[in-house]
Design a protein around this ligand. Structure first.
Ligand code: PMP
Length: 441
């Protein structure tokens, strides 16, 4: 099969940049992307047979660890019954009910109805269309540094790979479309108030990551989400909460669930009009969803005038993976993931401090990231104002020592319930040299 370099050269000859998603390209950290051939528990294995402790976890889905036996079995059983029917299945309803039950806190449902799609991008795109269809308005508010997938209207000042590559947005998005998105600083309710005042009767919806995690981790300030929802409602706009990344990862009912259950203070007592899920809901298979209040969701075809569809939507193999993942993701799983995150995050900050590297750790539940700057990150401008060049040498040192980190300082680190003491030890052992590499950069 050749080594990673040979694989990369070959891939570049036929796939743009050699990757099927830009964040995989190591553009900001340098070096050769690893070509993976397997993943099990907390580990991934590359084409050269090297094993790495994985802190990417497929960018979130692998909450239980890679290739969890009950998920693999569910997928194999479903595949044996047929790969895709293009028709309704009992399992779709089972997953829909399972998700709704899980996200009901103290009798309050996060949503009434849910529709399944294949990617987070589709989920947020449909949520935006629904907000416009429901209100008859066109303008959308999003926050700088938040990433909601790659649909035209949501790429302005986006996080994730758009931030990593330092792009303001994307070529190919018509100015008329981009002009319908207002980009505001995160955690700034005054900016939201001002936008509603400046565009009376024009704003269809406000979309926000439940907790920001695509420009580094950037939790909402206390009460921000609830106040944002109230502002949207007062102004006749819909509030859309994007839990593609946080949903079922930071807790059994996502970030909203942590707020509703008062694990996160001052956030309870509200529900979004629309919410989007992805990643963990499909357990590593292509599955995502948009959900919300019945009056809004029932505007979708075939009941209503807002069109949305998908050949592979509710795919039976993906649905089986989602059900098996959520059934296995009990309280003990979240305790393990939280504990693993505590261990890695505190070791990370201790080693960077002892190497004399100025840094701040941002955290939202079990998600965390590091920023090379002296004080806390509140918005995208803060996240960009850091000594980001220190991350490349840090990342490369970890990789050399067998730890696979997200290849960008703007991405969250992902743990899983399979990160046992042996896996964590390997991370902790690698940190001191990596911290010295960051210091020397
Ligand atoms: N929303 C958020 C918050 C995300 O983190 C992502 C992907 N990282 C998306 C939407 C898009 O999901 P997908 O990559 O499945 O299209």
């Amino acid at each position: 099969m050749g080594d990673n370099s040979q694989q990369f050269s070959r891939a570049k000859g036929v796939i743009p940049g050699g990757v099927n998603s830009p964040v995989r390209a190591f553009r900001s950290v340098g070096g050769t992307p690893r070509f993976l051939v397997g993943a099990r528990g907390p580990f991934v294995t590359d084409v050269e047979g090297r094993e790495y402790v994985d802190l990417v976890c497929s960018w979130g889905p692998a909450l239980l660890g890679h290739a969890h036996p009950s998920v693999v079995k569910a997928v194999q059983d479903a595949a044996a019954r047929g790969l895709s029917f293009g028709a309704s299945t009992p399992a779709e309803t089972e997953l829909a009910e399972l998700v709704r039950e899980r996200t009901t806190i103290d009798g309050t449902r996060l949503f009434d109805r849910i529709r399944m799609v294949s990617t987070g991008t589709e989920a947020t795109m449909t949520a935006i269309r629904l907000a416009r269809g429901a209100t008859g308005r066109d303008v959308i508010i999003k926050f700088a540094g938040h990433y909601h997938g790659h649909s035209d209207g949501l790429l302005a000042d986006a996080g994730s790979g758009v931030a990593t590559l330092g792009l303001p947005g994307s070529a190919g998005v018509p100015a008329e479309v981009a002009g319908l998105t207002l980009v505001l600083p995160y955690n700034d309710l005054d900016a939201v108030r001002a936008a509603f005042l400046a565009h009376p009767g024009r704003i269809a919806g406000v979309i926000t990551e439940a907790a920001g995690a695509n420009a580094g981790v950037l939790a909402p300030e206390r009460g921000f989400n609830r106040a944002l929802a109230a502002l949207a409602r007062e102004n006749g706009a819909l509030i859309i909460v994007d839990e593609v990344l946080t949903g079922f990862r930071v807790g059994p009912a996502g970030w909203w669930g942590l707020e509703a259950a008062r694990v996160v203070p001052d956030g309870a007592g509200w529900t979004p009009d629309l919410v989007t899920f992805g990643k963990v809901i499909g357990g590593g298979m292509p599955l995502a969803a948009v959900a919300g209040r019945a009056e809004v969701m029932d505007l979708l075809a075939p009941l209503g005038p807002v069109y949305q569809a998908g050949t592979l939507s509710g795919n039976p193999v993906a649905v089986a993976a989602g059900i098996a993942t959520l059934r296995a993701a009990d309280a003990a799983v979240y305790e393990r993931v939280d504990a693993a995150a505590d261990t890695v995050a505190s070791a990370l900050t201790a080693e960077l401090s002892s190497a004399g590297v100025e840094h701040v750790l941002s955290r939202a539940g079990s998600l965390f990231s590091v920023a090379f700057r002296p004080d806390a990150v509140r918005d995208y401008d803060d996240a960009r104002a850091q000594e980001g060049w220190r991350y490349g040498p840090f990342f490369s040192s970890m990789l050399e020592q067998g730890v696979n980190l997200p290849p960008s300082v703007f991405e969250a680190w992902f743990l899983s319930a399979a990160h046992d003491d042996a896996a964590l030890d390997r991370i902790l052992t690698a940190l001191p040299a990596a911290a010295r590499a960051a210091a020397a950069a």
